[in-house]
Design a protein around this ligand. Structure first.
Ligand SMILES: [Zn+2]
Ligand SMILES: [Zn+2]
Length: 128
């Protein structure tokens, strides 16, 4: 599938999912999309964005942290059907903007962001 932002990613995949007409989410930062495309290229399989930009209301609704990087348009929650969460995380560590950014591990996949400094967390409840 061709994207309208990069080869594989489209703007609609990142937009806030609050459903409000007056959504006041921050703009999507292209550094995030560029890093995700680099990840997509090394992974070689499609990557699903389950959450991209969020306005405060939506972030609250989905239980996001108050200082969530999704509020700044620099974070995405992603998963890949062909890889385990840890495999996807390992690939993300190869992308400089994520290696020097935030990577969080969850049961459903990983969070990545381009905050410009290293942050890591592991919120899995199931360990394999
Ligand atoms: Zn919104
Ligand atoms: Zn996230």
């Amino acid at each position: 599938m061709m994207g309208d932002l990069t080869k594989n990613f489209s703007r609609r995949e990142f937009r806030c999912r609050c459903g409000r007409k007056k959504c006041d989410a921050a703009p999507l930062d292209m550094r995030l999309v560029t890093a995700l495309q680099a990840l997509r290229d090394v992974v070689g399989h499609s990557i699903d964005v389950t959450s991209g930009v969020r306005c405060r209301e939506h972030n609250r609704r989905v239980g996001g942290a108050p200082g969530s990087k999704h509020l700044e348009g620099i974070a995405a929650d992603i998963q890949c059907d062909e890889l385990t969460t840890l495999e996807l995380k390992r690939f993300a560590e190869e992308i400089p903007a994520f290696a020097n950014g935030g990577i969080g591990i969850y049961d459903w996949g990983i969070h990545v962001d381009v905050r410009g400094k290293r942050a890591r967390w592991d919120y899995r409840t199931k360990r394999k």
